[in-house]
Design a protein around this ligand. Structure first.
Ligand code: FES
Ligand code: FES
Length: 208
C-alpha cells in the first residue's frame, strides 16, 4: 500500500471523495431489493432524462435523483470498464475523470455530472489505440486480475497531465486512494514512471 500524505488532492490529481449523496437514497423498510415494484416513486425522486457528456460525446440517460454516476455509466450507458469494488469510496476502482480530475463515481450523483466532461477508461484514447499509461501497465506487469486497473490508470493519467515528471513520492501520493489486492505496487509505479518518461521524450505521436 502506498504511503504518504494527501497533498495531491489540492492539485487535482488525487482521488476526490466528495459529493456523495448516497445517504439520501430512499430505502424501503423491506430493503432495497424488496420494495414493492408497483409503488409509485415519491415526489421528488422521479427519473429524468438527461444528457451526459461522456468520452467526448453526448449520451442520453434516464437518471433518478439518487443514482450515482457509477450505476449510470455501467447500467445505462454500458460502459463497464469502470469497476465497482467497495461501493463506499475506499478502493478507487470506480475512478473516472470529471473535467480532467479523478473522481470516485460511486460517490458522485449522476445529476451532478450533467454539464461536466466525463472520461472513462474507454475514452482515454477513443479510436487511437492505448494510452501510454495503459500500454505500460501491460508491459510492466502492473496488473494481475485487472479489476483495480482502470481506476489506477485514470488516476495516473490525471497525474501525468498535471505533472509530467512526478517523482516516486508524488506517484505514491497520487495513487494513495487506489487499492490493489493482487500485485505489489512496485510494478504499478514503474508503469507510471515509464509512461511519464516516454511522454516526456515525445516518443508517442501526441505525447501520450
Ligand atoms: S467502488 Fe468507488 S471507491 Fe470503491
Ligand atoms: S490487479 Fe487485481 S486488484 Fe489490482
Amino acid at each position: 500500500m502506498p504511503t504518504g500524505g494527501r497533498r495531491g488532492i489540492d492539485e487535482g490529481t488525487t482521488l476526490d471523495r466528495s459529493s456523495t449523496g448516497r445517504q439520501n437514497q430512499p430505502m424501503s423498510p423491506l430493503g432495497p431489493d424488496l420494495a414493492p415494484a408497483s409503488a409509485p416513486a415519491p415526489a421528488g425522486v422521479q427519473p429524468r432524462v438527461v444528457t451526459l457528456h461522456v468520452n467526448g460525446a453526448p449520451r442520453t440517460a434516464t437518471v433518478r435523483p439518487y443514482d450515482v454516476l457509477l450505476d449510470v455509466l455501467r447500467e445505462e450507458l454500458n460502459l463497464t470498464g469502470t469497476k465497482r469494488g467497495c461501493d463506499m469510496g475506499t478502493c478507487g476502482c470506480c475512478a473516472v475523470l470529471i473535467d480532467g480530475r479523478p473522481r470516485l463515481s460511486c460517490l458522485m450523483l449522476a445529476l451532478d455530472a450533467v454539464g461536466r466532461n466525463i472520461t472513462t477508461i474507454e475514452g482515454l484514447r477513443p479510436g487511437a489505440g492505448l494510452d501510454s499509461v495503459q500500454r505500460f501497465f501491460a508491459e510492466a506487469g502492473g496488473s494481475q486480475c485487472g479489476f483495480c486497473t482502470p481506476g489506477f490508470i485514470i488516476t495516473a493519467r490525471a497525474l501525468l497531465d498535471a505533472n509530467p515528471d512526478p517523482d516516486e513520492a508524488e506517484i505514491r501520493e497520487a495513487i494513495s486512494g487506489n487499492v490493489c489486492r493482487c500485485t505489489g505496487y512496485v510494478k504499478i509505479i514503474q508503469a507510471i514512471q515509464r509512461a511519464a518518461e516516454e511522454e516526456r521524450a515525445g516518443d508517442t505521436a501526441d505525447g501520450r
